[in-house]
Design a protein around this ligand. Sequence first.
Ligand code: ADP
Ligand code: MG
Length: 393
Amino acid sequence: MSTQDQATAAPAAHGDLRARFEQEFGSAPDGVWQAPGRVNLIGEHTDYNEGFVLPFAIDRTARVAVAVRRDSTVRLLSTYGDQGVVTTTLEALRPGTAKGWTKYPLGVMWALRERGVGVPGLDLLLDSNVPLGAGLSSSHAIECAVITALNDLTGAGLAAEDMVLATQRAENDFVGAPTGIMDQSASLRGSKGHAVFLDCRDQTAHLVPFETEPAGLALLVIDTKVSHSHADGGYASRRASCELGAEVMGVKALRDIEVADLDEASGLLDEVTFRRVRHVVTENDRVLQTVELLGGPGPGAIGPLLDASHASMRDDFEISCPELDLAVDTAKAHGAIGARMTGGGFGGAAIALTPVDAERKVRDAVAKAFAQAGFAAPDIFTVSPAAGATRIA
Ligand code: ADP
Ligand code: MG
């Protein structure tokens, strides 16, 4: 299935997933669990500066049907791709050994074992409609579905914050991806009609009302299909600038600098470092303002903050690309009330908050503008703020 097909496909009904599981593994699963992907509404490159982010869980989920086994064998199968059943054992779980998609479920099993949870052998069938590699965190959706299942099946009684840390451990030490806590916090703690306001310093999370439909709005995701896999050097240099900025300013992290301190910063920092710092400082402020507006007038008021976030990433942090800029500018020109690139940058997706009655116009205009520019056709679809990880059968 192509990403496009997958992006528009409905998730398999869990009845079907149970039937497919029985067909593949010869007996019924113990249950079915699901966890969503996420979109970051605002707050980019603020997480590693101990600042604020505001992601929300989306209505696209990874589902896992799982049965506990009596032995230590682990059998894994995804409905996506044609890799067939991957078989391993609990004893073989070691960082760096797993291949392909299985490193996500196996990483979670490993991280739980490291915490002393008695993880059993199991059979697992995955079915997901979170598009892969579009910046919607399809990998965390898998991890969060698996950890929610294992928390239930083992009776480990882990709280959401424990599961957040265990999935981070799986990503960092088993998968080998230096990711933070945002994606799994959204997937595990998300709630329908809400965004998750996360303080990345003390890791506290609060739900903030965020409903698009009652406000007559749709949140469009425009996946540019530009791969951000080449962006490692770009991320590393942005991080280094942030660390330098904090050091020169004499603070623990850029979180500790206020917008009012920027005048002073401009005298102390070289021009490029100053712009990097200004992005992070103003972005943190924009997250706080967004939270405030969502609690008051609602999503119809946040458009200018989304726009300012994009301008800051394009001009100060310099992590946009022509495709993302075109998506944002075109969406705005055809009725979106706010638009920004989302995710780490150098490719990936943009979001456009659009009145429902302008949605078709925006979609068509963006598709046409991409064709005219000679860019690959983007995937465009809507998402809405949905429930976090849960057992569904
Ligand atoms: P993102 O998390 O932003 O979507 P990643 O590169 O972190 O991008 O994760 C994508 C990877 O997750 C894929 O390469 C694949 O290994 C795995 N993955 C996601 N969804 C599925 C699925 N339905 N079946 C198998 N593997 C999947
Ligand atoms: Mg990922």
